[in-house]
Design a protein around this ligand. Structure first.
Ligand code: PLP
Length: 388
């Protein structure tokens, strides 16, 4: 068996169509989109086409509502810090959840430490879901911003964003969602969802790395987090990575066009994988929402093998050419239990043994069979070593 890649939540392979779309912008069409000469105008037109395609992926009414950034992390930073700083005179209280990506959590910590904001971290239930009533109960007079992720990168829980954003709106509070894990798996419609700010990252949906976008609803003020020129309508200074933006546009176009087909295939494969795990292993636990609840990302499987060490399982999987992850991409390699698994109240004997498999459009049933066969051997071996 060739290498089996089951870590698409960390990053996805770039599509050939995307590479082809980007290529001209590294050589012939290299002009700065901010230049007024003809080649510059061609670059500017390509940038605006890419912006349009990202806006279409999100159902945004206006392409100007899209700000290109250098990835999901920067989009989250701009949303949290930019919006909080812009409305700080109205209040300094922010609500988020305990299972956000570190890009959101650390931005909140920054605002607390350096600018005197107060942060409320909502806890989640055992499936990793935020309760809308709890959000409502935690709103204060001085709450100015709420940030709840669309779908969790570790356990795949999909939040009731429409309901949460409606609560924010009723109370005149800005609402941001980190939707980095959603494209290609979930439909995103910023108008239907009613969100004010939404973060994306191209490399999570078969686009290039180092480019992302923030949807900023018309009328929402942001203080730029990078000082410099007037690019991106004064919301993000610096010459845009044109080739990457064009690649993101192409990836967005393809993700939107293929959504229903790809989503269906991922769900079938995910459910097959989970049923194979449940029928072949004792002492396991599937972390996150049950697949039939439709509150789980189509590509996400997160499984704990009681009392074993996730790093040993991952190492053995990699010897069989299988790539998976423990916790989130940035948390793996560290010994501490992921904050997400802690937040869902997982006992330590499960939390330390949790593996995330995240599927992509090229994975097959044969690959899943190969992974399960190998896992059976690996888990048997690790269990027997424990008692020697
Ligand atoms: N938000 C979520 C939910 C993610 O999964 C990630 C990436 O792991 C990010 C933000 C950061 O995105 P990027 O890698 O583009 O900085």
């Amino acid at each position: 068996m060739e290498d089996i890649y089951l870590d698409h939540a960390a990053t996805t392979p770039i599509l050939q169509e995307v590479v082809d779309a980007m290529k001209p912008f590294y050589k012939n069409n290299f002009a700065n989109p901010a230049s007024s000469h003809l080649p510059g105008q061609h670059s500017a037109a390509a940038l605006e086409d890419a912006r349009e395609l990202v806006a279409e992926l999100l159902g945004a009414k206006k392409a100007e509502e899209i700000v290109f950034t250098a990835g999901g992390t920067e989009a989250d930073n701009l949303a949290l810090k930019g919006a909080a700083m812009a409305v700080a005179e109205q209040g300094k209280h922010i609500i988020t959840s305990s299972i956000e990506h570190h890009a959101v959590l650390r931005s909140c910590e920054y605002l607390e430490k350096h600018l005197g904001f107060e942060i409320t971290y909502l806890d989640v239930d055992q499936d990793g879901l935020v309760n809308p009533q709890k959000l409502y109960n935690n709103i204060r007079e001085d709450t100015i911003l709420i940030s709840i992720m669309f779908a969790n990168n570790e356990i795949g829980s999909i939040q009731p964003i429409k309901e949460l954003a409606a609560i924010a709106k009723e109370n005149d509070i800005l609402f941001h969602t980190d939707a980095v894990q959603a494209p290609g798996q979930l439909k995103i419609d910023v108008e239907d969802l009613g969100v004010d700010l939404l973060s994306l990252s191209a490399h999570k949906f078969n686009g290039p790395k180092g480019i992302g976008a923030l949807f900023v609803r018309k009328g929402v003020e942001l203080i730029p987090q990078i000082s410099g020129g007037s690019q991106e309508r004064k919301r993000r200074a610096g010459t845009v990575n044109l080739a990457a933006a064009v690649g993101m546009g192409k990836a967005a176009e393809i993700a939107a066009a293929n959504l229903s087909e790809k989503r269906g295939e991922l769900i079938l494969l995910r459910d097959y994988f989970i049923s194979e795990l449940l029928s072949n292993f004792e002492n396991i636990k599937i972390n996150g929402p049950a697949p039939e609840s439709e509150k789980r990302l189509p590509a996400n499987i997160n499984v704990a093998f009681k009392n074993l060490d996730a790093d040993s399982i991952l190492f053995n999987l990699s010897l069989s050419n299988i790539a998976a992850a423990a916790g989130s991409a940035c948390a793996s390699g560290s010994l501490s239990v992921s904050h997400v698994l802690k937040a869902i109240g997982l006992a330590e004997e499960y939390a330390k043994s949790s593996i995330r498999f995240s599927l992509g459009k090229n994975n097959t049933k044969e690959e899943i069979d190969y992974v399960v066969d190998n896992l059976i051997k690996i888990i048997d071996r690790l269990n027997s070593l424990k008692y020697e």
